[in-house]
Design a protein around this ligand. Structure first.
Ligand code: ANZ
Ligand code: ZN
Length: 855
């Protein structure tokens, strides 16, 4: 009987058998190694999943299924990053309650992931907006508070005037809100921060041992931005006031011809000369409207104002003018710099624009003349008093020491990393469990009162006052102080969504624990995540925060590991063809758009020459989405899985192409036909029948095992599928040629199904049962490659002593003379028969014999 891949029939059948058998439950059997593999924690959006999203879910599933078969205890779970701005914005737009909305979206995701056959243990599903979960997010907040890692401070926050909310630095992209694209402004607000800066150095150091893409590690290092320099004091002339400047180039201090304070520097209002006050104040309020990113951009036109006062250079005793300029940021270093236009690009541009002096104090070591600004540190000092002639690095050390000895400063390591702004003046987040008491200050909500439940509200739209909508609910706000019993007020800010996603991977290990966030033993067993899979866009936010929390938990003694994600892999995007037409009269194009986006239906009705097709990332906004439902209906889940695995290396972008999915279907049909045709002669007991013959087919079988096992481990799924295809062809050829035994063919067929199982699990189980084999492939043992069967073609070599055959050996064919001679002389029979004799010569005939001649 000829079998065919009929996904509509077999796939739903197997999926319900899997559910019935609770096949994907997490096993925690003692004595076995563990494997923890998960994709990033997704926010379930209303658009649902596309086949593009499956580019990480399918490969993660393949590796987890393979590890299960390799007899690991496997943890593979899924949950929903439900709290936060995206959910709230969508809820406001669609006029739904965010909680109910997220639950219905999550249900859709779950259905979509199920029909593709992803093997999640749904009993560990997490929803970060469940009180059972955020109770522990709040508990962690209090833990950090107790450790001095959560603090309340006034801050010039990034404020999005459209979303009415404060944004983290990471949520500001090119000066615009990451959600809505509105230019971000500055607003002073009391805010909660997590003190990630305390961990800056450890976050750099511990990257070392991680198996992560080098580019992501680099982005983290740059984001943390370690620099070594000196902090030292400048006296403001005739005022008794001082400020500290941070510089990485103390060696250029003799070339400092002015100083610059950030417009937000507290000294600005204190020292500004009355004659300059109006101008300075106007400048300060203009600067507040720009984002840090804009202010730092090298292309940003230099602007600034003179304060009318001077500061004394401690090295030269010379007074230099103090300016205010927006290219100096308050949030970095000390918010004040010494400006050295001869050796710094921005200072140079500024000096040129405002006619300030430029004084060269560094020159190339060979004394040659250079154009200014000369920013290199390869050089020596000129016109620098006692330090003249020193090499830059030497001068940096000595000048740092000089500053220390005078008691006016010290060498200082600075990090660009800022503390993590966690509070949001928004409804949809975990309430911050703090009570403000006039008498006692900031009082933690007692642990037994957690969770602080998010109350139901009429309107959860943000207020324009900058306060959370929770501030309008007196029953929520007014409480008794847990310390003194007096009247007090609850904190009304909620935590940003990044708090929830910084520890969910710990909760998966112990999802139903109602006494602790996670049990010590459970996380001790499962952590770290062995394989973490998601896009490269999370290089700094989520991946840095989760690392920070893990370290804080380690310090608290809750974890015995210091890094959460041992291996990280970033999948490539999936693009789909997208039609655009030329703009008509009165229509304008958005920047970067090749035309006006149209639907496939419109495109079909237009003359071909009026339509431009482009490959765009598959997304709802581009109208080019293929849903998992559509693809499974049309091609089948196994074909879809194989297609996504095979199309290109995992990290690469792929282009959705129907013809290529058809290729996956053709391959599956080859497997079905082959197995169907061989089923009647399949021998379940092939192990007892297998002999020394059949080396050729068995070599194909065992090479396929070896190659696919290591390819899956290395995330090389495309070559794994290719190897499976080659193996299928070789098996077909071997059956046709009729040279292999039934035992070897049976071994090959069984192996083929086991190797196919992680990638096309429905088909593997269908064919497995067709052969009369028991159970599910997921519960069968992964095949092991026999190293003796892996070697290339072999030759049998006769070993002679004085022309008499003493032994035969099997070696890889093509072994050279020297190697053959060495093996022959060491062979026990040869040693035995040459004992006590002198070996005169050795005759080697490669591929045939070695004759040892004695005399
Ligand atoms: C004098 C100098 C001379 C500098 C020179 C550079 C070159 P990184 O490596 O990024 O740490 N700087 C310090 N604080 C600043 C702030 N708040 N806003 C803008 N710029 C600031 O860079 C440190 C250098 O950036 C410091 O060294 C300072 O300029 C500037 F030939 O001081 B330098
Ligand atoms: Zn109190």
């Amino acid at each position: 009987m000829s079998l065919r891949y009929e996904p509509g029939e077999i796939e739903p059948k197997w999926r319900s058998k899997w559910v019935e058998a609770n096949l994907f439950r997490t096993r925690e059997e003692p004595g076995k190694p563990k494997f923890y593999g998960i994709p990033y924690f997704p926010f379930p959006s209303g658009a649902g999943l596309s086949v593009g999203h499956l580019k990480n879910y399918i490969p993660t599933d393949v590796i987890c299924r393979a590890k299960t078969m390799q007899d690991y205890n496997v943890l593979h779970a899924m949950g929903w990053d439900a709290f936060g701005l995206p959910a709230e914005a969508e809820a406001i737009k669609t006029k739904r309650h965010p909680g109910e909305m997220v639950r219905s979206y999550a249900a859709t995701y779950k259905k979509q992931l199920d029909i593709v056959g992803i093997s999640y243990d749904w009993s560990r599903e997490i929803n970060s907006s469940d009180p059972d979960y955020y109770r522990w997010t709040q508990w962690i907040f209090l833990l950090l508070f107790r450790r001095g890692l959560a603090y309340h401070g006034e801050n010039a926050a990034n404020w999005c005037p459209k979303d009415h909310t404060v944004l983290a630095n990471e949520e500001v992209e090119g000066g615009l809100c990451w959600r809505c694209g509105t230019p971000v402004v500055k607003k002073m607000l009391p805010q909660w921060f997590f003190k990630i800066t305390d961990y800056a150095q450890r976050l750099i150091d511990d990257l070392e041992g991680l198996d992560w893409p080098e580019g992501i590690k680099m982005q983290q290092r740059n984001w943390i931005g370690r620099s070594e320099g000196v902090r030292f004091e400048w006296k403001v002339v005739d005022s008794g006031k001082t400020f500290e400047a941070f510089t990485t180039r103390i060696d250029t201090v003799f070339g400092a011809t002015f100083c610059v304070l950030s417009p937000e520097h507290p000294l600005v209002s204190e020292i500004t000369d009355p004659a300059h006050r109006v101008e300075v104040e106007a400048y300060v309020s203009r600067a507040a409207r720009l984002s840090d990113q804009d202010r730092l951009a090298t292309t940003h036109e230099k602007t600034g104002v003179f304060t009318g006062v001077y500061a004394t250079n401690p090295f030269t005793g010379e007074p230099v003018p103090i300016w205010i300029a927006d290219y100096v940021l308050m949030g970095y270093g000390t918010g004040a710099i010494m400006a050295v236009p001869a050796h710094d690009e921005r200072d140079f541009a500024f000096a040129q624009k405002f006619g300030l002096p430029i004084r060269q104090v560094i020159e190339p070591s060979d004394g040659s003349r250079v154009e200014l600004p000369f920013v290199s540190e390869e050089g020596k000092l000129a016109d620098s008093g006692d330090f003249t002639g020193l090499e830059c690095d030497d001068a940096q050390r000595r000048m740092g020491a000089w500053v220390s000895s005078k008691g006016i400063g010290e060498p200082k390591v600075n990090y660009r990393l800022r503390d993590w702004l966690i509070s949001r003046q928004r409804y949809w987040g975990a309430p911050i469990p703090i009570i403000h008491c006039e008498k006692c200050g900031l009082v933690p909500v007692p642990e037994e009162q957690l969770p602080v439940l998010l109350p139901d509200v009429e309107s959860y739209e943000p207020t324009s006052t900058g306060e959370s909508p929770l501030a309008n609910i007196p029953e929520f706000v007014n409480v008794e102080c847990p310390k003194c019993g007096g009247p007090a007020k609850r904190e009304t800010d909620t935590m940003g969504g990044f708090a929830c996603s910084s520890w969910y991977f710990l909760r998966y290990c112990d999802p139903h624990n109602d006494r602790e966030a996670f049990g010590h033993e459970k996380v001790g067993y499962w952590m770290p995540v062995d394989c973490y899979v998601g896009g490269a866009e999370h290089a700094v936010m989520h991946l840095l925060y989760a690392r920070f929390w893990t370290k804080a938990f380690f310090d608290e003694g809750l974890l015995s590991i210091i890094e959460p994600f041992q291996t990280l892999r970033n999948q490539g995007m999936l693009l789909a063809p997208t039609p655009f037409r030329k703009p008509r009269k009165g229509e304008t194009l958005k920047i970067g758009e090749p035309g006006i986006l149209i639907s496939y239906e419109e495109a079909a009705e237009m003359p071909a020459e009026d339509v431009t097709w482009r490959w765009e990332k598959m997304s709802k906004s581009k109208g080019n989405v293929v849903t998992p439902e559509e693809a499974v209906e049309k091609y089948g889940a196994d074909a879809l899985r194989l297609y996504e695995l095979f199309e290109a290396p995992f990290e690469q972008t792929i282009q959705w192409t129907e013809e290529r999915v058809q290729g996956a279907i053709r391959f599956l049909n080859r497997v079905y036909k082959l197995v169907g045709d061989a089923a009647s002669s399949f021998d379940k007991d092939w192990r007892t029948q297998i002999g020394d013959g059949d080396r050729e087919l068995r070599r194909h079988t065992h090479r396929a095992i070896e190659k696919i096992t290591s390819d899956v481990d290395e995330f090389s799924f495309n070559t794994a599928v290719a190897a499976l295809m080659e193996f299928t062809n070789a098996l077909g050829d071997s059956i046709k040629a009729g040279k292999s035994s039934l035992a070897a063919i049976s071994e090959a067929i069984e192996t083929l199904l086991l190797l196919l199982a992680p990638m096309a699990p429905h088909s593997a189980d269908e064919l497995w049962s067709h052969l009369g084999l028991e159970g599910f492939t997921l519960e069968a043992a992964w095949p092991k490659a026999d190293p003796r069967l892996l070697v290339a073609d072999e030759a049998t070599i006769a070993l002679q002593v004085d022309g008499k055959l003493r032994a035969t050996i099997v070696v890889p064919s093509g072994m050279d003379r020297a190697e053959l001679e060495k093996i022959a002389l060491a062979h026990e029979k040869v040693v035995q028969f040459t004992q006590g004799k002198t070996i005169r010569k050795t005759i080697v005939v490669p591929g045939r014999l070695v004759n040892v001649v004695t005399g």
